[in-house]
Design a protein around this ligand. Structure first.
Ligand code: PMP
Length: 367
């Protein structure tokens, strides 16, 4: 058995020890005589799995008591609709940072459903290579929330600050964050946010699960005309079990949370590893004449590192040789081309070392 180094943007690498544990427990979960996939979500065994996952996540992120944690479905994409449905009950307009493809999709969905979305700050003029500074934020007078994408997975563009969302009339509105590609990559001050959401298939677990962390007082701002499954209040009141949840993904997420707590030693330790991994790769790119990354240094993502080759005729050879060397999924997103190395939590430092060695060697031979 060989496990290659997987730089996929998502679904992404999972920790080998987590997969081994799942393998051990696959046929007979802890003496219950069945697999987790085959359990009723209402059984006491499964409820214990679900509750432990939630408790571990709460502890990892130090989630305050006045926040609910929801384990839902529909991808992060469903949250592009669920957020305005849940927060526009008292009227007003969603305000958005436009910093790349994912932020844009959130804006498009809000416009599609509610006819309006206000762009409070945009990085389009910089070609999405720099996050607008806090002074540049212009909230609309009727702003009901401010939505940001903390890490744009395709552009490799990350916030280096947490914006303060205060309207021209002095009213503070909830900050909503799509953290699909950087949640759990380091410590987080949850209390700065009204809603945090993230699709699971990068730093949390397998696809099919979405995490939502929502402040209690925001459960009362929902529109009345939304699908029940979108409702944060309904989900919170049902313990995320209005209907059958993504049971196996939830279980695996729980194993990932346990790995982060026990094997890694928490999110400070994770952040230090991630910082080292990213620094090694950016240093290689910056020292190279063949590879380049356009993102402003302060906004360079630690999770997704896009880069291009000076001569794009070498792209196909680069990808083929990388694949042969056991370095998988380095092709950039289909909308932008080039390369992208995703360095999520489960991508070990040795993977980055191997990538850097390969890139230096490729440049020497072909650059
Ligand atoms: N937001 C971000 C930042 C993403 O990276 C992605 C997926 N790559 C999405 C939203 C959409 O997620 P999903 O496929 O789970 O709907």
């Amino acid at each position: 058995m060989t496990r290659h180094f997987n730089f996929c943007a998502g679904p992404a690498a999972l920790p080998t020890v987590v997969l081994e544990r799942a393998q051990q427990e696959m046929l007979d979960y802890q003496g219950h005589g069945l697999s987790v996939m085959e359990m009723s979500h209402r059984s006491s065994e499964y409820v214990a799995i679900a509750e432990k996952a939630e408790a571990d996540l709460r502890s990892l992120l130090a989630v305050p008591d006045n926040y609910r944690i929801l384990f839902t479905q529909g991808g992060a994409t469903q949250q592009f609709a669920a957020v305005p449905y849940n927060l526009l009950g008292n009227g007003g307009t969603g305000n958005y940072f436009e910093t790349g493809i994912w932020g844009k999709k959130a804006i498009k969905e809000a416009r599609h459903l509610f006819g309006a979305a206000h762009v409070a700050a945009s990085s389009v003029d910089s070609g999405n290579t720099e996050i607008p500074r806090e002074e540049a934020i212009q909230l609309s007078e009727d702003a009901a929330f401010l939505h940001i994408t903390t890490n744009e997975t395709i552009g490799g563009l990350a916030f280096d600050y947490t914006p303060c969302a205060v309207r021209p009339d002095g009213v503070e509105i909830p900050l909503v964050a799509d953290m699909s590609s950087d949640i759990l990559s380091g410590p987080l001050d949850v209390s700065r946010y009204g809603v945090i959401y993230a699709g699971a298939q990068k730093n949390i677990g397998p696809a099919g699960l979405v995490l939502v962390i929502v402040r209690d007082d925001l459960l009362d701002r929902a529109r009345s005309d939304m699908p029940t499954l979108f409702s944060y209040r309904e989900l919170a009141e049902a313990g995320s079990m209005i209907n059958t949840p993504a049971t196996y993904s939830w279980y695996l997420a729980g194993l990932v949370f346990e790995w982060l707590r026990q094997d890694i030693g928490g999110l400070e330790a994770m952040a230090a590893i991630n910082a080292r991994k990213a620094a090694k790769l950016y240093a290689t790119i910056d020292a190279s004449k063949l590879f380049s990354n356009p993102v402003a240094e302060r906004n360079r993502s630690r999770m997704n590192v896009p880069f291009v080759l000076a001569d794009d005729r070498l792209d196909a050879d680069f990808l083929r040789e990388a694949d042969e060397a056991g370095l998988l999924n380095l092709k950039g997103h289909r909308s932008v081309g080039g390369m992208r190395a995703s360095l999520y939590n489960a991508v070990p430092e040795e993977a980055v070392d191997a990538l850097v060695t390969f890139m230096n060697d490729f440049e020497q031979r072909r650059g």
